[in-house]
Design a protein around this ligand. Sequence first.
Ligand SMILES: Cc1cc2nc3c(=O)[nH]c(=O)nc-3n(C[C@H](O)[C@H](O)[C@H](O)COP(=O)(O)O)c2cc1C
Length: 259
Amino acid sequence: MIRINTELCIGCGKCAGNCSARNILICSGKAQVQGECFNCGQCVAICPQNAVSIPEYDMEDIAEYKKDSFCVEPDILLNMIKFRRSIRNFKDKKLTSDDIRMLIQAGRYTATASNRQDCRFIVVQDRLQEFKQLVWDGIGEQLSTENSPLEEFRGIYLRKKKDPADDKLFFNAQAVLIVASNITEDAALAAQNIELTAHAMGLGILYDGWLNNVLSNLPDISKWLHAENKRFGVTMLAGYPAVRFVRTAPRRKADSVIL
Ligand SMILES: Cc1cc2nc3c(=O)[nH]c(=O)nc-3n(C[C@H](O)[C@H](O)[C@H](O)COP(=O)(O)O)c2cc1C
């Protein structure tokens, strides 16, 4: 529920005018909340008097806009997108807890459909060896059943068995980051922001569709990952890159329609 501090409110109407749910009215020179909404928080963000709050959220978390705090030159941002690469070779260096916090923030501040904020950010680093073992054992078990949904992974499973360094699911990553969500688009968008932020931090990410597929087909892994009641939206590998690219990678011409 949204709260208006009527002592601070000057009835300017910015919150009401901007509210996509039309949930705020100006009555007798003060903003008044009509009912429940999806708590997008734009009324908090737009109020010049800081008169709006949503107690459900941690209001201490709110940051004030400063002149330069949200500006990135467009060509710098585009360059980041162009120079970002999938990383499949990582240094033997763990992510710090500050690194992890930063990546989670990037995911958490991403837009979600109807402001559902349904994404769970799961980071496996300290227990990575245990996790890998569970995954590979789980694949082995699944492959011993008839019509296994993991049949397409038989090849990489056998290669990994033969040579433990030949690991096409985890490579030599230091951490696995999972965005679990019942809304596929929400997970994908959060993952993209996490990846770009990681890139800006000098970290490397690999979107790991194979591992995501495997996790989605291993019955007990959701519980281990505390991801019950959610789907594995996007699974990523993370770590400090042990590879350095010196130019962008080529792409097909844009398939675009401009009307
Ligand atoms: C949804 C998604 C799933 C992916 N899954 C895998 C994967 O399982 N294994 C892998 O090595 N690369 C995976 N990739 C990385 C792509 O192969 C890579 O993005 C593409 O070749 C372009 O290279 P770039 O990311 O360096 O630009 C995935 C990428 C995306 C977007």
